[in-house]
Design a protein. Structure first.
Length: 223
């Protein structure tokens, strides 16, 4: 018996219960499944257009930039425009996400590299699994398709987000992630990103890019 098993055995003994007590297990399972939801703000509620507008407003309020495009095929041209408008190099790192990799990158002058960032990339793109309208927050999961290093190491982070994936609240967004991946296969990390990196540790002066990207540009795909 391991130390862990011994500790649990002592707890059960003190409570006078058995390890195979199915009735107690059912009570706990039902309590979890029937738990009432907490209070949720109404700010993010509305139809898909209203949620998108609220998400954009909240993201822009924390120094992110936002653009809307009609379809996924427009993503490469929009990213090229963003880099050009900010006088940035036309280099871009991405993961293996098929939603991004299969886009018409060859129609632009962008130089694409794939895989995790080692910290020497200026620009990176990743695909958000969801957005939270109430705060303008991106929900990005980790994995080879979207390495977490792309979210935090490059100076300029570009995130692709479908309008249909913008949820009203954190509870709705995280519920979507659980439903999409299922129990036992959830991603190792779920990153919640609200605006570019910032810090006011030194003399209470706000500095963007202190611990990560200086810019966060969010491309919202309507279709």
């Amino acid at each position: 018996m391991s130390a862990r098993d011994e500790i649990f055995s002592n707890i059960r003994r003190s409570l006078g219960v058995r390890a195979d007590d199915s009735a107690r297990r059912a009570i706990v399972r039902n309590r979890i499944e029937a738990a009432s939801p907490g209070i949720r703000p109404q700010r993010g509620e509305g139809d898909i257009q209203q949620r998108g507008a609220m998400f954009a407003a909240q993201a822009q309020s924390v120094a992110a930039t936002v653009s809307f495009i009609e379809k996924m095929e427009d993503v490469p041209a929009e990213i090229a425009r963003f880099l050009r408008d900010h006088n940035l190099p036309t280099t871009l790192r991405m993961g293996e996400d098929a939603r991004i990799a299969n886009l018409p990158w060859s129609e632009t002058s962008l130089s694409i590299t794939k895989g995790p960032s080692a910290g020497d990339d200026l620009n990176a793109v990743s695909h958000a699994e969801a957005g939270v309208a109430e705060t303008g927050t991106l929900v990005i999961v980790s994995g080879a398709h979207n390495p977490s290093t792309l979210n935090f190491l490059p100076d300029n982070h570009i995130a692709i987000l479908r309008a249909a994936d913008i949820e009203a609240t954190y509870e709705d967004a995280l519920g979507k992630i659980r439903q999409r991946y299922g129990k036992g296969v959830m991603p190792r990390t779920v990153n919640l990103i609200t605006g570019p990196s910032r810090s006011a540790d030194i003399e209470q002066k706000l500095l963007l890019g202190a611990h990560g990207p200086r810019r966060l540009h969010i491309v919202i795909v309507k279709a």
